[in-house]
Design a protein around this ligand. Structure first.
Ligand SMILES: *Cc1c(COP(=O)(O)O)cnc(C)c1O
Length: 393
């Protein structure tokens, strides 16, 4: 991929009455329409075609992985991964509790049982020590899970090598949910690399987007071949539509793959810009008592897909919800940290291992506007509003 200089959007003043500042809006490069035009010219207005093939090749190159299937969404890719592992009703799949519902909903599609694991306070991602302890206990009871599904959170990789090593001792496969971690580095590799399978998302709010879309990757060709078959209605390779299994319509459209090809070319620029935005928040808010920032783990490079702070209300002088509403009053979108899965009514019966760490992030966490196309003056406005609520200015 060709590196582009970091472009800082110009500092035109946003009109708060009419223009909303979104948390993480799409940021087009300007090259998308040319790729879309090529897709139209070829008349592959379908879920197959040259753009899909090229996007998968380019993704493989970007992620340095041998096999890639592009999908209609990240959620679809996770569902396919679970199907490839032959997860059965009643099987346990252990997942991060601090994640987005799309990570774990596919466990329920297969009538399997999610078990939620707490976060490591140092990284906010799945706690490998807790996992190790819980697997030892489960092994003693002969109740091991069929898969481990950790999430790379907000652009921070989980400690994948440790998780894979621990799970490997029991022969349990790891699916890495890297939906939020395109462009993230883990121990010099791309996030997700080292898991049996990894999943990425190109939803509209992610660091690069195809409007909707995702990918499933693996070093194992057989797994991706099986996922491709399941994603294409499980069609047998004969002309008369023969089916011995039920599959899905989960392929990425050729038009959306065209958008993805243009977006992939600006990924390094997008990561650099998001990290720059994060640093500006640190510079603008870091001196305020009660404000802390999501840490960057020593083993990798956080993409800062979202800039996340925690607010200690007693020290700061206001809680995160007061800050959120103040920003909302200026037509600025910010969001609480993901509500942990073990707090979700739909999972009220699910087993949880720990949970207090994720709860504390949910009680104090706020995701600030992080779009790579946000202007400096807009970011300064966010900083100004947050500062105005501090007891100490
Ligand atoms: C966005 C996301 C997904 C789902 O991706 P979609 O493309 O929206 O289906 C899964 N897991 C996490 C952690 C996500 O943030």
């Amino acid at each position: 991929m060709n590196m582009q200089p970091i472009t800082e959007p110009q500092a035109d003043r946003r009109d708060e009455r009419t223009t909303r500042l979104f948390l993480s809006p799409p940021h087009m490069s300007g090259k998308e329409q040319e790729f879309i035009r090529q897709a139209f010219d070829s008349n592959y207005i379908a879920a197959v075609g040259p753009m899909v093939d090229a996007f998968e090749r380019e993704l493989a190159e970007e992620l340095n992985v041998s096999h890639v299937l592009s999908t209609a969404s990240g959620t679809a890719a996770i569902h396919l991964a679970l199907r490839c592992l032959d997860i059965q009703p009643g099987d346990e799949v252990w997942a991060s509790t601090l994640t987005f519902i799309g990570s774990v909903a596919p466990i329920v599609y297969e009538r399997a049982r999610p078990v939620f694991i707490d976060s490591d306070p140092k990284t906010w991602t799945l706690d490998p020590a807790l996992l190790s302890e819980a697997l030892a206990t489960a092994a003693g009871r002969n109740e091991l899970p069929k898969a481990i599904l950790p999430t790379d959170l907000y652009g921070q990789s989980c400690d994948l090598d440790t998780i894979v090593e621990t799970s490997g001792r029991y022969g349990i496969p790891v699916i890495c949910d890297s939906a939020e971690a395109m462009g993230t580095v883990y121990r010099g590799r791309r996030a997700g690399s080292g898991a049996l399978m990894a999943v990425y998302s190109f939803n509209g709010n992610k660091i690069i987007t195809t409007s909707s879309g995702g990918a499933l990757t693996s070093a194992d060709e057989k797994l991706i071949r099986r996922a491709r078959y399941l994603a294409t209605q499980a069609r047998e390779p004969v002309v008369h539509y023969e089916h011995v299994e039920v599959g899905y319509n989960y392929r990425l459209s050729n038009i959306l793959a065209a958008i993805g090809r243009a977006q992939l070319r600006v990924l390094p620029d997008r990561v650099a810009r998001r990290r720059q935005i994060f640093q500006r928040y640190v510079d603008g808010l870091g001196d305020l008592p009660g404000i802390s920032f999501m840490p960057e783990a020593s083993y990798g490079r956080h993409s800062r897909w979202l800039s996340v702070i925690t607010i200690d209300a007693a020290q700061f002088g206001a809680d995160f919800e007061t800050v959120r509403q103040a920003l909302e009053g200026h037509n600025i979108e910010s969001r609480p940290v993901w509500k942990p899965m073990h707090r979700q009514p739909v999972f009220s019966g699910a087993r949880t291992i720990g949970g207090a760490v994720a709860d504390s992030f949910y009680a104090q966490g706020l995701c600030l506007p992080s779009g790579s196309n946000m202007s400096q003056s807009d970011q300064d406005r966010v900083i100004e509003i947050v500062r105005s609520l501090s007891d100490h200015v």
